[in-house]
Design a protein around this ligand. Structure first.
Ligand SMILES: Nc1nc2c(ncn2[C@@H]2O[C@H](COP(=O)(O)OP(=O)(O)OP(=O)(O)O)[C@@H](O)[C@H]2O)c(=O)[nH]1
Ligand SMILES: [Mg+2]
Length: 549
């Protein structure tokens, strides 16, 4: 039972540079999963819906994603392993119905904007694989490159979707070369585009050996036909010129790229590549079908003490994300817990390791598009929402059935930009305090309290974060804040084995000392020179640029 549940789960993140089409693609996946009936991108449709996964107010207004959305759906995939894949290479999960295999897909749609990259990095700690979306006209962009570094570090298997083929883009062979170079991974196309832009006719599905013809329709699933590459039917369908070109291209593909092997993909050595158009719902189902078939089911998770296997009977999990106020009528936080092993059950007492407290959860939730519903159990790979009415969880917290275990997350990085945050409405000081506390628990930015003047400093990696904080304080907490400049170069955590030197340093630099949310000592350097001098003068002191040391 348990192994079956684990086998059929696919937990993955969609990542890329802003605007490549992650949310659009997510939405189309949900459409195939039967989770939504209307795609938000549909034009000429009176139902004006914004993309389903971008449900926070500010995201709707700006049309960009500012935090990760978590969603799940069941998906029945075609049962036959195409192209005579050996059945032990691709294990078929049981529980299928009507000849198909029933998968449980957990999808995490991440924000591309660099200001919210920390949210995306943390999301990558909770997934077993990733789909990278690349804009066919733009190629590999900066954020995609950075995110791929994290995937490489963690050996996360990736599939690449080259999107927006309905627009004039780059030559597919050039794109593939660029992917290999810029993302430092071998690639293997599993589909191939027939023209692009205005002349885009569809893709040939190399993996299933099927022709997928393009009819611009944003909602319906397009016609798929099994056509032998050599047959005259191909010419009849797409015209002789394009048929010839396709044959030549595919011959080149087969010559240049080695045969696709699931093992090399799962070992994060090779990235399969698909072409399509998310907006036009094109090439999306092929991607999804192949994805559920080849993507890994939940893998072991590293804890400080040991590696935890999903098949272990006892429940373990960790918090990788906290969101305040998903539901405007319900002003509490939700902590997102990734189940790493065993079966999670409602109303069963679990150990909150950091607090050494036992707690049970009466209303754990799962997320489907805009709805959430209470669940009784969850399996490894699943993401469970745990309501938190006040400061129970922090990112990185571990839950177990009693074992003293600490899952390793990603540390906070030392921020780049700093501003004093001031109350702009004296009547609302309490609301402001509460809002700042919750947003910081969520990991929206970092808070430092200057020990000299007691003022609060917010540290971020991008300007937009300040705007989001201000907006959310107003909209969710009914509080007003004002930003004031503070001249700072870097905030770094300090520690030392030499108590005396540490005290001496703090005394000497008292104007520049602050505490972070956990009460740790932080040194606020106002220039690179000042930091260098401090490092020279205090040799036994350690300066840390991430919060984990
Ligand atoms: N022409 C064309 N446009 C597309 C396609 N897919 C997405 N778009 C458009 O690209 C824009 C960005 O799409 P999103 O899905 O919001 O991009 P995103 O990657 O989620 O962006 P962030 O969440 O902000 O990082 C939207 O205007 C989409 O309609 C496509 O296949 N073709
Ligand atoms: Mg998005």
């Amino acid at each position: 039972m348990m192994n079956q549940e684990i086998e059929r789960r696919r937990t993955f993140a969609i990542i890329s540079h802003p605007d490549a089409g992650k949310t659009t693609l997510t939405e189309k996946f949900l459409l195939f999963g039967g989770q939504i009936q209307v795609a938000g991108a549909v034009k000429n449709n009176k139902i004006k819906k914004t993309a389903t996964s971008d449900w926070m107010d500010i995201e709707k207004q700006r049309g960009i994603s500012v935090s990760t959305s978590v969603m799940e759906f069941d998906y029945i995939a075609p049962s036959k392993p195409p192209r005579g894949e050996t059945s032990d290479a691709v294990s078929s999960p049981p529980g299928g119905s009507e000849g198909g295999l029933l998968y449980k897909v957990n999808i995490l749609d991440t924000p591309g904007h660099q200001d919210f990259a920390e949210d995306t990095f943390r999301t990558l700690t909770a997934v077993d694989s990733a789909i990278i979306v690349v804009d066919g006209a733009k190629g590999v962009e900066t954020q995609t490159r950075k995110l791929m570094t994290v995937c490489r570090m963690r050996k996360t298997p990736v599939i690449i979707f080259i999107n927006k083929m309905d627009r004039e883009g780059r030559d597919p062979f050039d794109l593939l070369d660029e992917l290999e170079q810029e993302l430092e991974i071998k690639v293997r196309p599993l589909s191939w585009p027939i023209n692009q832009g205005a002349k885009f006719k569809g893709v040939y599905n190399i993996y299933e050996q099927k022709l997928d013809l393009f009819t611009p329709d944003k909602q319906r699933v397009t016609e798929k036909v099994s056509v032998q590459l050599g047959s005259p039917e191909l010419d009849a369908r797409i015209g002789t010129i394009d048929a010839e070109k396709l044959r030549d291209d595919l011959e080149l593909v087969e010559g240049v790229y080695p045969e696709f092997e699931v093992e090399t993909y799962r070992a994060a050595e090779v990235a399969p590549v698909f072409f399509g158009s998310a907006l036009n719902n094109f090439g999306v189902q092929e991607l999804l079908n192949c994805f559920v078939e080849i993507a890994p089911s939940p893998r072991p998770t590293k804890a400080e003490e040991r590696d935890v296997n999903p098949e272990e009977p006892k429940f373990t999990g960790f918090i990788f994300k906290i969101t305040a106020n998903i539901d405007p009528n319900h002003r509490s936080c939700i902590a997102f817990c990734k189940v790493c092993s065993g079966r999670f059950q409602r109303n069963i007492p679990y150990l909150h390791v950091r607090q050494q407290k036992t707690m049970r959860f009466t209303s754990p939730t799962q997320f489907m598009a805009q709805r959430k519903s209470t669940i009784d159990e969850a399996w490894p790979g699943d993401i469970v929402g745990l309501p938190d009415t006040g400061g129970v969880f922090k990112i990185g917290d571990t839950l177990t059935e009693g074992e003293q275990l600490h899952f390793r997350g990603l540390p906070s990085f030392s921020p780049e930009l700093f501003k004093y945050i001031e109350n702009d409405d004296p009547m609302k000081a309490k609301q402001l305090q509460k809002g700042i506390d919750q947003l910081m628990d969520e990991g929206v930015a970092q808070l430092f309290i200057n020990q000299f003047n007691n003022r609060k400093i917010i540290g971020t990696v991008g300007q937009l974060q300040f705007e989001v904080i201000q907006y959310r304080l107003e909209n969710e907490y009914n509080a007003k804040c004002r930003w004031e400049p503070v001249h700072l170069y870097k905030a770094c955590w300090i520690s030392s084995d030499d108590e005396q030197e540490l005290e001496q340093f703090k005394k000497r630099k008292y104007q520049y000392m602050a505490k972070d949310k956990e009460g740790r000592d932080v040194f606020l350097a106002d220039s690179g020179y000042m930091l260098q001098m401090a490092q020279q003068d205090f040799k036994h002191l350690q300066f840390h640029f991430t919060s984990e040391f």
